[in-house]
Ligand binder design. Structure first.
Ligand code: HEM
Ligand code: NAG
Ligand code: NAG
Length: 335
């Protein structure tokens, strides 16, 4: 009796421990030289493929960076976002927060193909995506950082978690911050990582409310921002058919990874609501200071962004320690 209660209590404590250590990448640590002996060319191969992809279209850098973010915020960086729907598996791609908004899967397929012929069965899709995101940033002018490796791919996807974990454009600061804290990231990480919006585009459906709403209140009535606003309104008229029309989030240098995103926020001209909130929300006390700092100091932004990207990539899925794999095809669990 007593010993079985003791055991139950012990299990409970263990379960609680596992539950609370979920987001911290302790268990088998990631390492910089993980593939050194069994796939020494992995970084060169990914770099070369990303060079081709970004050279052919700089937008591809943004697509891959966002894919990595959406992978890591849903059951950790485990390649779950890459899984296609099958009869037995509901992927994340068709979830409301992802559908029509994630692209770049074929770039990952291409890299995986090359790696499967070079070192079959060795490099996980989750690691490929993490390294590809780093290279994407670097190739459009952003900072370099070393990427810890050794992630395993999941055998499951997290459709429901896309709804609870992923931040959306119309959300305010007070609901976005907890989503980062939940992943073990800080407010400073959130502000720096949002700087990813210095590249890439948003669809009208994600900024319509903003441009017909408080844009004028944050940007003021100066001729330049009025001109910008009227352009945005012509790309994004208040009719349903224009939902997928796109506009750059950093209109100043849309294909360059720099700090002009933050300078745009200082002028109150952020395209999506969640971005402008970082500077203009009444709760933006700490975040406003960081926005101003990064707008002024490119180096400070690059340093924090690099560190925060490693933290983002460190979010693990503990399930993959016991039940993960190296997928042969990033779209499907191995059979
Ligand atoms: C802070 C919370 C965030 C919110 C609310 C948010 C929201 C969005 C939205 C609404 C879009 C436009 C998508 C579309 O219209 O199809 C977008 C695009 C993008 N996001 Fe975020 N995001 C956030 C954080 C991040 C982070 C942390 C990263 C990466 C580190 C990131 C990388 C990107 C990139 C690169 C794009 C452009 C994708 C493209 O060109 O297609 N975002 N984001
Ligand atoms: C990321 O994880 C690696 C190993 O798992 C660790 O050495 C490193 O300190 C972590 N970095 C950050 C910024 O959390
Ligand atoms: C999409 O934007 C273009 C301008 O870039 C505009 O001419 C067109 O009318 C828009 N499409 C819709 C359906 O609103």
């Amino acid at each position: 009796m007593a010993s079985s209660e003791g055991l139950t209590l012990h299990c409970l404590i263990l379960a609680l421990f596992i539950a609370f250590s979920k987001v911290h990448a302790s268990d088998p640590p990631l390492t910089l030289d993980y593939y050194k002996s069994n796939c020494p060319t992995v970084l060169d191969i990914i770099r070369k493929e990303m060079e081709c992809a970004v050279l052919s279209n700089p937008r591809n850098a943004a697509l891959i960076l966002r894919l990595h973010f959406h992978d890591c915020f849903v059951q950790g960086c485990d390649g779950s976002v890459l899984l296609d729907d099958t009869i037995t598996l509901q992927g994340e791609k068709k979830a409301p927060n992802n559908v029509n908004a994630l692209k770049g899967f074929r770039i990952i397929d291409k890299i995986k193909n090359v790696l499967e012929s070079e070192c079959p069965g060795i490099v996980s899709c989750a690691d490929i995506l993490t390294v590809a995101a780093r290279d994407a940033v670097l190739l459009v002018g952003g900072p370099y950082w070393d990427v810890p490796l050794g992630r395993k791919d999941s055998k499951t996807a997290g459709y429901a978690l896309t709804e609870t974990n992923l931040p959306t454009a119309d959300e305010g600061l007070l609901s976005i911050i907890p989503k980062f804290i939940h992943q073990g990231l800080s407010v400073a990480d959130m502000v720096a990582l949002s700087g990813a919006h210095t590249i890439g585009k948003a669809r009208c459906v994600n900024f319509r409310k903003r441009i017909y709403g408080d844009f004028v209140a944050t940007a003021g009535l100066n001729p330049l921002s009025q001109h910008y606003l009227s352009n945005l309104k012509s790309v994004c008229p208040p009719i349903k058919g224009s939902d997928n029309n796109e506009s750059a989030m950093d209109y100043f240098s849309p294909n360059l990874f720099d700090n002009s995103y933050y300078q745009i926020l200082l002028r109150g001209e952020g395209l999506i609501n969640s971005d402008q909130e970082l500077y203009s929300s009444v709760f933006a006390v700490e975040t406003r200071k960081l926005v101003a700092k990064y707008a002024e100091n490119l180096f400070a932004f690059f340093e924090q962004f690099s560190e925060s990207m490693v933290k983002l990539g460190n979010i693990t899925n503990p399930e993959t320690y016991v039940n993960g794999e190296v997928r042969r095809n990033c779209r499907f669990v191995n059979t």
